[in-house]
Each structure stands twice: as structure tokens, then as C-alpha cells.
Design a protein around this ligand. Structure first.
Ligand SMILES: Cc1ncc(COP(=O)(O)O)c(C=O)c1O
Length: 447
């Protein structure tokens, strides 16, 4: 058997506890490292060789009904009831009066922004720490996304920075409950009310998350969800808009269905509205109905494991779990995020930390890049349409103000785990903690 080489710190720790006959605990009180040998990244043994839970899970209960529907040829929502049934059940789950199912989360956002009157030449306040779709839909409506800085502690839009970005063109706020973490909606709604703005929640990663007793996605004027394959409620593709205002939801329905009034298969001349086709298919609805059987249980497991990780990881210098905006809230965990502070890890760069953690058998990645500097923005601002809609001065000012130090810091520091990892056991979570603690203990060897 090869002789194990141990670091000076390990030698001290082993010597100090060795007399008690316990396992060396190194720098930590509550973390009991199993393996501190050479990092796997440098050729050592990995902390974890086992696979992680795969996603999505297929529910066999769905098979008979899906086959029947496929054989019947009733594939679109116009000649079958599965989409309407999903809408009913999803509205119940969210505690809203209404739900409209859509083809995707992107189409849900497009419907919501259109119905709330976001129009050419308007401005929309939006989170920069998000998926590209959140600001793409603003561009699709020929409006200007105005990025508000992120609070790196919460990973979310910083409500204290919203008012300074409002102009006479601002018509809506689009906060994002990114990774399923709840935005401080009281703060967002207070600013919206004061300035007479609409609020569309991007809850595309936030199924069953809560803020002050209400589900995320139900706190603004309209809330939008995604059911894309990686999502906690998956159907390959799919989306939904939820809301409590019947008139608004009727308009959403009409817009998503070529302008046909809610409850009708024909366009009628007494309901003259524009529209497009953003409809969900029957097969998506059937998959969603079967996936909903496990959604609450999965959300509870993720929450429990995330709290366990928060507690354990906070013990490691340089690993900073995110902060909830209020204790009276619940995160949905589409991803589990934390910040990696390189200076506390002997200046190991984040990218090297990520590679080292992957080598230990823990899949992980960096969070979003600085989306407010995405090249597609300049492409849009320089387009014929935008130069017609916005003055040169306004676009110059937009560029000058598009400096977001909080967001830049978060983009440099964020590290994330996929939600499916949080469906593992407590001992799986211990593998994550062990691997990070092992890297911390061996950080000098990564320099
Ligand atoms: C925050 C956010 N907004 C919007 C979307 C768009 O949803 P979809 O991919 O279903 O169109 C996504 C999907 O990844 C998302 O994560």
C-alpha cells in the first residue's frame, strides 16, 4: 500500500486528536472528513464515484393515457381536454384563480408582457442575473430592458436600486426568482405601485417557492413558469401564465390563441384583438399532469437537503450560501447556489475550484455571466427599429448607466449544483461537503 503523504496542517490536526482515538477533523467542527488524500484533480482518489440522481424521472402512470391520446389523433388543445385539466390543477397548486398553459416559458412571458401593455418604445426594469429569455422577450416587444443591479448576498434584483432607473417610458418591472430564490416582492410591488408600473414575475425556475405565505409567481400582476426538460416540473417544453384577474387572463388566453376569445374556437368581430399561436400541446399536458404527482415531495426533499448544505458549507471559509430576503419565505431550488470567495481559498481561481470539485465526483458549474453586457443587446440597440424608437441621447445614457458592480461580483463568484442532486440522501450531501472541505484543506496544492 502506498504511504500517504499528508500536509503540515493535517499532521498537526492528526497529532492533536490522535490521542483521543477519533478521526482527524482538520479545520472544521461539524465536518468529519473521510478522505483528505491528494486531490482527485491532481491524481488522487475521488470523494465520490457513485452516480447522481438522473433527471427527469419518467412516470409510468402516464403511459396508457398518452398512448390513447396519440391513437385518437386529438393532439392539440382545441379537440381534447388535457390542457384545460392541467390548467385547472396548476391554478389550484399555485392558489390562483386562473392558469393559461403555453408552449414554453418564453411564450408565457411574451403573452404576459403583451397583455400588460408593454409596447414599442417602453422600458422594462429587469434582473440581469438570469437566463437569456428574460430579456429577449423584452426585445421581442420592441421595448428596452433596463438592468437593475443584483444584490450578491441574495443573488436577486436589488429593490433599493430600482427607482433610480425609472424614466417616463418605464411601463413594467420583470423580477426573476432565479434558481427558485424568492425576490422581495413587497419591495418590488411598493415601487410598482408608487410609479404605476405593472409587475410580471419570471417564476420560470420557481415552482412551489413561497414569499410570505404565497406561491412565487402569484405576487405580481401575472406570473410565468417554464416546464422545459431540465425544470423541476418538466415536459420537454411547456409554460404557464398564472393570475387572479379574469379580464387579464381572458386577454392572455385570446392572445395565445390567435385572438380567439376565451371559450371560443372562432375569432369573433366583437372581440377584435391581435394574437399569435403560443398553445401547449395535449402531450405536454399529460406529461405535466403525471409529473405533478411528485412535485411537492421533491420540493420538500430539495429544501431539506439545501438547508443541510447551507449549515455545513457555512463552516468552510470562502463558501458563502445565499441569503433569504426574509425568513418568511421558501426557496424552490432549481439550482443550489453559493458564492466562492477565491481570496479565502488561497487565491485559487473559481474555475480551478470547479474543475477540482468535478474531479472529486461532484458536478457543478459557474452561474450566469454578466448578461447586461450580452452582445445581442448592442445588436438590438443598433438596429433600425431601436434607433427609430429611442433617441441617441437615451441610448447613450443607457450605455453609461449599464454598470452593475453587484452583478459583476456575483458573476465572478457564483457556483451551482443541479436540482436533481438535491434529491439525493443526506449521505450524498455529505459527499458534497467532504469534497469542498477536502479542496479547502488542499488548497495550497492547487495554486
Ligand atoms: C429564468 C428563466 N426565464 C425564462 C425561461 C424561458 O423558459 P423556456 O425555456 O421554457 O422558454 C427560462 C428557461 O430556462 C428561465 O430559466
Amino acid at each position: 500500500m502506498p504511504i500517504k503523504k499528508i500536509s503540515r496542517r493535517q499532521a498537526i490536526a492528526t497529532a492533536s486528536v490522535g490521542a483521543l482515538g477519533t478521526m482527524a477533523n482538520f479545520s472544521f467542527t461539524n465536518i468529519h472528513l473521510k478522505n483528505t488524500e491528494k486531490l482527485a484533480f491532481l491524481g488522487g482518489e475521488k470523494v465520490r464515484a457513485a452516480a447522481w440522481p438522473q433527471w427527469p424521472f419518467w412516470n409510468q402512470n402516464a403511459e396508457a393515457e398518452i398512448v390513447e391520446m396519440l391513437r385518437s389523433g386529438r393532439w392539440w388543445r382545441g379537440n381534447g381536454g388535457h390542457v384545460a385539466e392541467f390548467e385547472k390543477q396548476y391554478a389550484e397548486l399555485m392558489g390562483t384563480k386562473r392558469c393559461l398553459a403555453t408552449a414554453s416559458g418564453t411564450t408565457a412571458l411574451l403573452v404576459a408582457l403583451h397583455v400588460l401593455g408593454v409596447d414599442a418604445g417602453d422600458e422594462v426594469l429587469v434582473s440581469p442575473f438570469t437566463f437569456i429569455a428574460t430579456y429577449n422577450v423584452i426585445f421581442m416587444n420592441k421595448a428596452l430592458p433596463v438592468f437593475v443591479d443584483t444584490d450578491p448576498e441574495t443573488f436577486l434584483i436589488n429593490p433599493a436600486k430600482m427607482e433610480e432607473r425609472i424614466t417616463e417610458r418605464t411601463s413594467a418591472i420583470l423580477p426573476v426568482h432565479i434558481y427558485g430564490l424568492p425576490v422581495d416582492m413587497d419591495e418590488v410591488n411598493a415601487v410598482a405601485k408608487k410609479h404605476n408600473l405593472n409587475v410580471v414575475e419570471d417564476a420560470c425556475q420557481a415552482w412551489l417557492g413561497e414569499y410570505k405565505g404565497k406561491k412565487l409567481g402569484t405576487l405580481g400582476d401575472l406570473g410565468c413558469f417554464s416546464f422545459q426538460n431540465s425544470k423541476n416540473l418538466p415536459a420537454g417544453e411547456g409554460g404557464a401564465v398564472v393570475g387572479n384577474n379574469d379580464e387579464m387572463m381572458d386577454k392572455c388566453h385570446a392572445f395565445h390563441n390567435c385572438g380567439r376569445p376565451f371559450g371560443s374556437v372562432q375569432r369573433t368581430s366583437d372581440y377584435p384583438v391581435r394574437g399569435s399561436n403560443r398553445r401547449m400541446q395535449q402531450i405536454q399536458a399529460l406529461i405535466l399532469l403525471s409529473q405533478m404527482e411528485r412535485i411537492q415531495k421533491d420540493a420538500d426533499t430539495r429544501l431539506e437537503n439545501a438547508k443541510y448544505l447551507d449549515k455545513k458549507l457555512s463552516e468552510i471559509a470562502g463558501i458563502v450560501p445565499y441569503q433569504l430576503v426574509t425568513q418568511n419565505a421558501r426557496s424552490a431550488y432549481h439550482l443550489y447556489p453559493f458564492r466562492f470567495i477565491s481570496e479565502k481559498f488561497g487565491d485559487v481561481p473559481r474555475e480551478k475550484f470547479i474543475e477540482a470539485l468535478r474531479a472529486e465526483g461532484i458536478p457543478c458549474s459557474a452561474g450566469y455571466g454578466p448578461q447586461n453586457k450580452d452582445g445581442l443587446i448592442e445588436e438590438a440597440l443598433n438596429s433600425k427599429g431601436y434607433r427609430r424608437l429611442f433617441s441617441e441621447n437615451r441610448l447613450k445614457q443607457w450605455r453609461e448607466e449599464n454598470i452593475l458592480p453587484g452583478n459583476d461580483k456575483l458573476c465572478r463568484e457564483a457556483v451551482i449544483f443541479a436540482q436533481s442532486m438535491l434529491l439525493g440522501s443526506q449521505s450524498d450531501m455529505d459527499d458534497i461537503v467532504d469534497a469542498i472541505a477536502k479542496i479547502y484543506e488542499n488548497r495550497e496544492s492547487l495554486r
